[in-house]
Design a protein around this ligand. Structure first.
Ligand code: SAM
Length: 288
């Protein structure tokens, strides 16, 4: 069957290059090029951007990104079996696809890219959250990326976009929403993938804000949120005790009930708390 880019259908590519899916690499492939085109379009205009793709696999999403007009795609793939298949795509789009055979966790991608950069990926489930946290937590802001358009397990997508008071609300929601606008763009059933995973998936779009939504020191915010949600059933006065003996008074001063639980506290109050705790500390003093 003819494809939009004149390259062979993905099933044929996979068979020819012997890329049987491996669970250990989180390989659930998208073989429908209409679907990968829809996902690529969630990232908006690509013509003036470099795109970083993590885990191109046999190249279904890569082909869509290029067909949708991405200026350049840098695709980082750990599995050496995929590299020859990806080289065929690079030959179809001269000068626009760079394939890097590497572990994305061991690579600084910013050095390979020319801004503005959009990240678009059907992430391997086993490293997806780790990569997202790295992209959300650089010491300086704005980050190297303008937006992230990422496929996750639906449960992770819901944790990224969760609102206070919900069970999904936690560290991931706070870190993501502090520095970006995060939205679920589409959900996909297991059958959309080969082989099908056990759970539904969702594409999340995160647009980096020029500056964090509310002022706060990133390390302090992270520390407070980690302490609060590590013991999310406990009241803040006890879950935040490791932060310091004055925490209950600080909460009271800010009008945050010390008896509230972490999941009841909105982003702005977490940031107010981070500022207040930082201001109480002697310069250069220990954080604990
Ligand atoms: N993008 C392809 C698609 O949509 O069909 C494949 C997506 S599959 C869910 C995840 C891909 O990430 C696989 O090709 C896998 O080999 C690759 N991968 C897994 N761990 C990786 C890592 N640490 N660094 C780079 N790629 C990785």
């Amino acid at each position: 069957m003819a494809t939009i880019d004149g390259l062979p259908p993905l099933r044929e590519v996979i068979a020819r290059h012997g890329i049987a899916a491996r669970k250990a690499l989180g390989q659930n492939f998208l073989l429908d090029l209409n679907l990968t085109a829809r996902i690529a379009r969630q990232a908006g205009d690509l013509a003036s951007c470099d795109v970083l793709e993590i885990g191109p696999g046999p190249g279904g999403l890569t082909r869509a990104l290029l067909a949708e007009g991405a200026r350049r795609v840098v695709a980082v793939e750990k599995d050496p079996r995929c590299i020859a298949a990806l080289a065929e795509i690079a030959a179809r789009y001269p000068g626009r696809l760079e394939v890097v055979n590497a572990d994305a966790l061991a690579l600084d991608p910013a050095a390979l890219l020319t801004p503005p950069v959009k990240v678009v990926a059907n992430l391997p489930y086993n490293v997806g959250t780790e990569l997202l946290l790295r992209w959300l937590e650089p010491p300086d802001w704005p980050p190297f990326w303008q937006s992230l358009t990422l496929m996750f397990q639906r449960e992770v997508a819901e944790r990224i976009t969760a609102r206070p008071g919900s069970r999904a609300y936690g560290r991931l929601a706070i870190l993501a929403q502090w520095r970006s606008d995060a939205r679920i763009m589409m959900t996909l059933p297991p059958e959309a993938f080969t082989p099908p995973p056990k759970v539904h998936s969702a594409v999340v779009h995160l647009a980096a804000l020029p500056q964090p939504r509310f002022a706060a020191d990133a390390a302090m915010l992270n520390r407070l949120v980690a302490a609060g949600f590590n013991q999310r059933r406990k009241m803040l006065r006890s879950s935040l005790k490791p932060i310091g003996p004055a925490i209950e008074a600080t909460l009271r001063d800010l009008g945050i009930p010390p008896t509230a639980r972490a999941e009841e506290i909105g982003l702005e109050d977490w940031c107010r708390l981070a500022r207040a705790v930082a201001a109480e500390r002697p310069k250069g003093g220990r954080a604990g």
